[in-house]
Design a protein around this ligand. Structure first.
Ligand code: HEC
Length: 164
């Protein structure tokens, strides 16, 4: 009898330790666990942070940079024209439509600026979020997409993403 209680205790303890180890944000997302860590983050978003957000509402509340560079200002204009309907004002996301780009998943070491060019050119197959595929976006040059990336980077940095 005592033996079974001991076994049960060890099992519970193992579960607690495991839960602690795999909790979102614990893993080193700078490391080689790109996909796993990113999935962990997006799961955290969908299951917790996003739970209280109504459809169509922003998913995060970005701090805004005091000023934007000239390039980012151009990017902002293109973003507002072509991306904002889905990705939300200030790239804060729009629940039911598209994720916030001001999010650690999209920091430069995970999604380089060229990911913006590819997303615009080819669209994006749904993989991090439950919002379906992103269709290709017409009418933007590669330079436009890179300017949008510059805008998103400046927003990200104002929120501590991709700094240092
Ligand atoms: C019709 C809605 C829609 C529009 C318009 C849209 N997106 Fe997206 N975008 C999405 C969705 C949905 C995802 C998330 C896909 C996933 O990972 O599940 C996404 C993902 C992305 C990603 C991440 C790509 C990756 O490699 O994971 C980038 C970058 C991006 N969008 C940039 C843009 C830019 C720039 C524009 C405007 C030029 C834009 N999007 C317009 C819906 C949209």
């Amino acid at each position: 009898m005592a033996k079974w209680i001991a076994v049960l205790l060890v099992a519970v303890l193992a579960l607690v330790v495991l839960t602690w180890l795999i909790r979102p944000g614990h893993m080193d997302i700078e490391g080689s666990h790109h996909m796993g860590a990113a999935r962990g983050l997006s799961k955290a978003m969908t299951s917790t942070a996003m739970a209280g957000v109504a459809d169509g509402e922003p998913i995060v509340t970005p701090r805004l940079p005091a000023a934007l560079s000239e390039r980012a200002t151009m990017g902002k204009r293109a973003f507002e024209a072509k991306c904002q309907d889905c990705h939300g004002e200030h790239a804060a996301g729009r629940k039911g439509a598209a994720p916030p780009l001001v999010h650690r998943i999209y920091e430069p070491s995970h999604h380089a600026d060229f990911a913006f060019v590819l997303a615009v050119r080819n669209g994006v197959r749904a993989h991090h979020w439950p919002f379906g595929d992103m269709p290709p976006v017409e009418g933007l040059t590669q330079a436009d997409a890179l300017a949008i990336a510059a805008y998103v980077r400046e927003l990200q940095r104002a929120n501590g993403i991709g700094v240092n």
